[in-house]
Design a protein around this ligand. Structure first.
Ligand SMILES: NC(=O)c1ccc[n+]([C@@H]2O[C@H](COP(=O)([O-])OP(=O)(O)OC[C@H]3O[C@@H](n4cnc5c(N)ncnc54)[C@H](OP(=O)(O)O)[C@@H]3O)[C@@H](O)[C@H]2O)c1
Length: 95
């Protein structure tokens, strides 16, 4: 990963393990301000929870099934995670 703008809000799907978890870890290491980490069951990932514990102001988890339009609409209304922030956003669809 290059050097991301630390002001961007990153929304990473598939963030509970594998490549997505690696992205969240890397973005934290690079000083990114806000990462929204989505998976169907983010609460089952010990590694993701450790990141939340370490960076409680910077990592937000979202339980969301990207194969379900209803789930995405319910969990990802633009205003909930992005609208209130004065930052640009970047979505990494990883599952
Ligand atoms: N690893 C590789 O070498 C490689 C190579 C080429 C392409 N890819 C592709 O890259 C992506 C990630 O690979 P990976 O190896 O990191 O996979 P992985 O270790 O199996 O992780 C998949 C992640 O996606 C989440 N997920 C799965 N289905 C989901 C859904 N319907 N809605 C929301 N989250 C969902 C899983 O969490 P939950 O189960 O909690 O939802 C998990 O966090 C995949 O699309 C894979 O095909 C991987």
């Amino acid at each position: 990963m290059g050097s991301p703008s630390t002001d961007l809000v990153f929304f990473i799907t598939g963030a509970s393990r594998g490549l997505g978890l690696g992205m969240v870890t890397g973005l934290m290491a690079q000083g990114v301000t806000t990462v929204i980490a989505a998976a169907r069951r983010p609460d089952t990932s010990e590694a993701l929870q450790e990141l939340v514990d370490q960076f409680p102001e910077r990592v937000v988890t979202v339980a969301m099934d990207t194969s379900s339009e209803a789930s995405v609409k319910a969990r990802c209304p633009a205003g909930e995670y992005f609208g209130h922030r004065q930052h640009s956003s970047l979505l990494a669809r990883n599952c």
